[in-house]
Design a protein around this ligand. Structure first.
Ligand code: RB5
Length: 147
């Protein structure tokens, strides 16, 4: 069972990244942190690309991407072949993005106020298995949209 999670962030989500890394390490996961630290400004498309390429070449359970809103970094990630990056708004969406969409990367915003905690959403995503069946067909159709 894969136990390593890759995480990346821009300057809009350093604090959020630190709290997620602590949470996941406490749960026994190994973390490969490709994100930026305090005081360094980076462009979110560069972080998205770096993380997605590493995810695709490595043996990761999944990936986490963070920017101020989660929007720019998830849009960027979804340009890369093989990536299905979700931007869940709440616990329900965090569950569904694995159950139905089999997202391999999840994104969040460090400047967003969520109704549920981001670590709870990540735990829900981890605890959920892809349902397959008719969703397999739909996910294949998503991937067939890649050019
Ligand atoms: C960076 O200031 C900010 O634009 C970025 O973190 C993100 O919110 C973009 O979608």
């Amino acid at each position: 069972m894969k136990n390593t999670i890759v995480i990346g962030n821009d300057h809009g989500a350093v604090e959020l990244k630190n709290s997620i890394v602590k949470h996941l390490k406490d749960k026994g996961f190994q973390i490969n942190d490709l994100g930026t630290g305090e005081g360094e400004s980076v462009d979110y498309p560069d972080k998205a690309e770096e993380l997605c390429r590493e995810y695709l070449r490595g043996d990761y359970k999944f990936g986490i991407l963070l920017c101020g809103t989660g929007i720019g970094i998830s849009i960027s990630a979804n340009k890369i072949k093989g990536i299905r990056c979700a931007l869940p708004q709440n616990l329900f969406a965090a569950e569904m993005c694995k159950l139905h969409n089999n997202a391999n990367i999840i994104a969040f915003g460090g400047r967003i106020e969520y109704p549920d905690s981001v670590t709870d959403m990540i735990d829900k995503y981890i605890a959920t298995e892809f349902e397959g069946g008719r969703h397999d067909r739909r996910v294949s159709k998503i991937m067939n949209l890649e050019v």
